[in-house]
Design a protein around this ligand. Structure first.
Ligand code: HEC
Ligand code: HEC
Ligand code: HEC
Ligand code: HEC
Ligand code: HEC
Ligand code: HEC
Ligand code: HEC
Ligand code: HEC
Length: 245
């Protein structure tokens, strides 16, 4: 009956028998049993990981000794940054503070790692153009790294809204101050993202100068009830460059 199996199947069977047999012999009679002990593998991995030095101390320990810095930082824009994201791993320092001093990133090139203009950053994240933002001086000459609020309050809206200011300067509204249309408190200049100025929200607002019979003589007049009908004026006229649409 062995004879009736085709030649090639018989040869294949011999190869299988040799491979399987060889594996069984190696596994149970040749190689040391400890090689297949998963427990041993795990133990040595754990030992290896445990032997590694802990480099980061974590976010809370620093405040224990640097209470002032931690308190200042808690109130500023950097409240959500861990100390070690700027000072680097500092576990050694917490164990022996006098001999091991953490690095302090005083150079100008450090802060742009987060603040250099990059379109992929979230909208509203404070970004600067490093080439034109107060060049050459280290950032910390003007910004306290632990409380980085801009040091001086700019007087002009154009300090931050340069594009809009430049556009308006050559428009028909050149002589209308920003604050005629936006009520902006001083706080907007300190925390622009938290305190927002008002924006006009009705047709009547523009009508103050532009409706028939307005006291403002130099403004061209329109019939407020029919002109542009139910649409807001700035759906057709860009208010900072109100050329004829
Ligand atoms: C056990 C107390 C202790 C802890 C915890 C501690 N520090 Fe300090 N730190 C000190 C002392 C003491 C000095 C030295 C002050 C001096 O030189 O006048 C110091 C100095 C520093 C300096 C100044 C280095 C320089 O160049 O002047 C930095 C930065 C600093 N620590 C950051 C940290 C950070 C970040 C942490 C948290 C990971 C931390 N420290 C945790 C005690 C501590
Ligand atoms: C945004 C980065 C940044 C963060 C976050 C930060 N630091 Fe600093 N830190 C600096 C820089 C830059 C200096 C150097 C300031 C200087 O020389 O005027 C500094 C200086 C220090 C000093 C030296 C003394 C001083 O005030 O000049 C200590 C101490 C210190 N930092 C502790 C901390 C602790 C504690 C935290 C967390 C609560 C922290 N820092 C978070 C950037 C940072
Ligand atoms: C790890 C990233 C990171 C680093 C490094 C960093 N910052 Fe910041 N910075 C932030 C975040 C996050 C905010 C808060 C943004 C917000 O409130 O929307 C912020 C806010 C600020 C603001 C406030 C801007 C405003 O809206 O008025 C200034 C100024 C600033 N950082 C300066 C610095 C300076 C100077 C350094 C270097 C010492 C620095 N940052 C390093 C992440 C960083
Ligand atoms: C000569 C002082 C000075 C230096 C140096 C300086 N800044 Fe400023 N920074 C200011 C002033 C003033 C403002 C607020 C007005 C403005 O935006 O120009 C400001 C605003 C900012 C803002 C907020 C921008 C926004 O859109 O809300 C960030 C972020 C900032 N600076 C980061 C930096 C970084 C990073 C560096 C270093 C590369 C740096 N600054 C160097 C004075 C300075
Ligand atoms: C220190 C920089 C700075 C100064 C100075 C500044 N702004 Fe702003 N302003 C901003 C930033 C940043 C935003 C964007 C906030 C956002 O996108 O969340 C903004 C937003 C606005 C908005 C839009 C608000 C909204 O709801 O969309 C108006 C209007 C505005 N500013 C008007 C002004 C006027 C008027 C002045 C001058 C009196 C002025 N700003 C001065 C930084 C500034
Ligand atoms: C004639 C009235 C008028 C004047 C003057 C004016 N704005 Fe506006 N501004 C508006 C109106 C209306 C909007 C709302 C537009 C919208 O919602 O699409 C607006 C929107 C804005 C916005 C929100 C972003 C945008 O472009 O829509 C900013 C920022 C702003 N103005 C800043 C300024 C600054 C800075 C000045 C002075 C240089 C200024 N505006 C002068 C009427 C004015
Ligand atoms: C404080 C008064 C005042 C307010 C408020 C005002 N304007 Fe004007 N506007 C003027 C004056 C003055 C002129 C003409 C200036 C000139 O002759 O160059 C003008 C011109 C215009 C023009 C004509 C442009 C052209 O090509 O002739 C348009 C359109 C316009 N404004 C739209 C608006 C809109 C939209 C608003 C509301 C967001 C608005 N204005 C709010 C005073 C105002
Ligand atoms: C549907 C679009 C639309 C809307 C909304 C709209 N306008 Fe106009 N506006 C135009 C067009 C188009 C012109 C030029 C043709 C014309 O004179 O009718 C114009 C012209 C003007 C002029 C110049 C008139 C002149 O004699 O030079 C003023 C001023 C003006 N609009 C103000 C406003 C004001 C204020 C509002 C809001 C109450 C407003 N517009 C709403 C489309 C619009």
């Amino acid at each position: 009956m062995f004879e009736r199996i085709p030649e090639q199947i018989r040869r294949l069977a011999i190869v299988f028998v040799i491979v399987i047999g060889g594996t069984v012999v190696l596994r149970y009679f040749v190689l040391p049993p400890s090689l297949f002990e998963t427990r041993l593998h795990r133990e040595s991995t754990i030992q290896r990981e445990v032997a590694k030095q802990v480099k980061f101390a974590g976010t809370t320990v620093c405040g224990g000794c640097h209470e002032d810095t931690a308190t200042v930082k808690r109130k500023g824009f950097h409240k959500n940054l861990s100390c070690e994201s700027c000072h680097g791993p500092a576990a050694m320092h917490t164990e022996d503070p006098m001999t091991v001093k953490p690095f302090a990133p005083r150079k100008r090139k450090f802060c742009p790692l987060c603040h250099e203009y990059d379109p992929s950053r979230p909208t509203g994240f404070p970004q600067i153009n490093v080439t034109i933002h107060n060049p050459l001086k280290p950032c910390i000459t003007c910004h306290n790294p632990h409380h980085p609020e801009p040091p001086t309050v700019p007087r002009e809206c154009s300090a931050c809204h340069a594009g809009i200011a430049r556009t308006k300067a050559v428009s028909h509204h050149a002589l209308i101050a920003c604050t005629t249309c936006h009520r902006a408190s001083r706080k907007h200049k300190v925390s622009p993202r938290r305190v927002k100025p008002t924006k006009p929200d009705t047709r009547e607002f523009c009508g103050k100068c532009h409706r028939e019979g307005s006291k403002r003589k130099d403004a061209p007049k329109i019939d407020l009830s029919t002109h542009g009908e139910r649409y807001l004026c700035w759906e057709c006229h860009y208010p900072h460059m109100p050329g004829v649409a």
